[in-house]
Design a protein around this ligand. Structure first.
Ligand code: SAM
Ligand code: SF4
Length: 467
């Protein structure tokens, strides 16, 4: 399916509103107004927030970390698990006092949580001090909503999703200096039975390759050395588009850009991870030696109930193919424990995949019921306490695997991007093009540079020396 890229007139209109807000802010606050963006959830949200911050700066706000000092507070929310939602409600509650102290403060909620009608209604009813609630498809209209609210308009609730388009060229204020996010597609078509994402983020739609390439080149020019391509399922990039550029081809295009840098990507759905993609990773030396391949469950019966379109054997075959082609690669995965109908026997199959693949690290979750998904009405007879026990067993198994993995690093030399100052005085931290982090002696002048590090030991982390 072809989705239209919105013409720049949509953005121009919003930049017009931004200008008007700038004037209003000068009259209302006098001094430089401050905005705080609180982000919950995944990297896609972090990246979306960088665009919200870009728009806020365009309006004249300075971005601050602390809600208490802000004149505008926005919550970019996550709906993937109940726990994330509870945290957001707790944080929204804190703005009541802020508004009491400073009545001119504007509070907004956006992201996956607010896209759900029952949540938006709850915010409207129970949190009267929230001024703006906006869904995932209208975030580019933030200047318009602030303008309308500031000029005495009613509280705003805008959840429309019907025009599944991509608005390009929104100003961006990136959080990092050397590591950056680059969304290549939005939405999801997979409808895994436990997952709320397709309902709140809409259908899959890819950005034009030229737009991605232009943003990528600009990031390299601005000094970014480690760029992560984002999408719910990057492997299906370009599906249904006439340009014929799939994810493997896109990776080759970006790999050919001049300069020393690392290209990462997430997330890869195992069902769409092709041999062409594995060969591309093998051949493109600037592409990460890391595959995040969420398997969710090691039981083929549960995978079928989850609507994942692969079984245990196919997943293990994919890992075998990947290891043959890219033996140095790190593998990571997501696992859900306690999906409705899962038995201990099913769970043991998950444990056996963990022990067999030897993942570098895992993101593990206890199943969380999401209203509106097919799994929410499936029978679930295992108690939370029992699921908790299985979960602990899984963590223990992965801890053992991680310990075994350490030996493979000792004595080897890695090219790392020095991108963080260590807590230990006189030391720096660097990331390999896989998932490892190495601590080594050095000073801040190394920040943003690639250095060769030989790993010598392990002491609560890998320790090495510049060679
Ligand atoms: N699109 C990615 C994929 O398919 O791998 C993942 C996106 S999802 C936001 C991140 C992870 O959250 C999933 O891989 C899954 O393990 C977990 N997750 C999603 N829905 C969940 C639920 N209802 N309960 C527990 N974990 C869930
Ligand atoms: Fe959710 Fe599945 Fe889509 Fe990932 S692929 S976002 S888990 S529905």
């Amino acid at each position: 399916m072809k989705f239209d890229i919105k013409s720049n007139s949509v953005l121009d209109e919003q930049l017009g509103f931004a200008k008007r807000v700038t004037n209003l802010l000068a009259n209302t606050y006098g001094t430089c107004p401050k905005a705080c963006v609180q982000t919950f959830g995944c990297q896609q949200n972090v990246s979306d927030s960088e665009r919200l911050k870009g728009l806020l700066c365009e309006m004249g706000y300075t971005i601050v970390e602390n809600m208490q000092e802000a004149d505008f507070v926005i919550f970019k929310t996550c709906a993937v698990r109940e726990h994330a939602e509870d945290r957001v409600f707790g944080n929204i509650g804190m703005t009541k006092q802020i508004k009491k102290d400073k009545p001119n403060t504007i509070v907004a909620v956006c992201g996956c949580m607010s896209q759900q009608e029952h949540i938006a209604e709850k915010i409207k009813k129970s949190y009267p001090y929230v001024d703006i609630v906006m869904g995932t498809h209208v975030e580019h209209r933030l200047p318009e909503f602030i303008y309308k609210r500031m000029t005495g308009g009613k509280r705003i609730l805008e959840l429309s999703m019907e025009d599944n388009t991509i608005v390009e060229d929104i100003p961006i204020k990136r959080d990092g200096k050397f590591k950056g996010w680059l969304p290549i597609m939005y939405g999801c078509n997979n409808f895994c039975t436990y997952c709320i994402v397709p309902y709140v983020r809409g259908r899959e739609r890819s950005r034009e390759p030229e737009k991605i390439l232009a943003e990528f080149r600009q990031m390299i020019k601005d000094g970014y050395k480690d760029i992560t391509l984002l999408g719910q399922n990057v492997n299906s990039y370009g599906k249904g588009e006439s340009h014929g550029i799939n994810f493997a081809k896109l990776l080759r295009m970006l790999n050919d850009v001049e300069g020393e840098f690392v290209i990462r990507f997430m997330t890869s759905h195992p069902k769409d991870c092709t041999i062409e993609l594995l060969d591309t990773i093998k051949e493109c030396k600037k592409v990460t030696r890391h595959l995040h391949l969420p398997f969710q469950s090691g039981s083929s019966r549960i995978l079928k109930l989850m609507n994942r379109y692969y079984n245990r054997e196919q997943y293990l075959e994919l890992i075998k193919n990947a290891k043959e082609r890219i033996p140095e690669a790190d593998f990571t995965s997501d696992i859900i424990v306690g999906f409705p109908g899962e038995t201990y026997e099913d769970f043991k199959e998950t444990l056996s995949v963990v022990n067999e693949v030897k993942f570098a690290s895992l993101f593990t979750f206890i199943y969380s019921k999401r209203n509106g998904t097919p799994a929410a009405v499936m029978e679930d007879n295992v108690t939370r306490a029992e699921k908790g026990k299985w979960f602990s067993e899984l963590l223990l198994a992965q801890e053992k695997v991680a310990q075994e993995n350490i030996n493979k690093f000792i004595g080897k030399t890695y090219r790392v991007l020095c991108d963080e100052v260590s807590e230990k005085e006189g030391y720096m931290l660097g990331h390999t093009n896989g998932t490892a982090v190495i601590e080594f002696e050095g000073d801040k002048s190394l920040l943003g540079q690639f250095v060769n590090i030989k790993v010598e030991s392990y002491n609560n982390g890998l320790c090495g020396k510049i060679i």
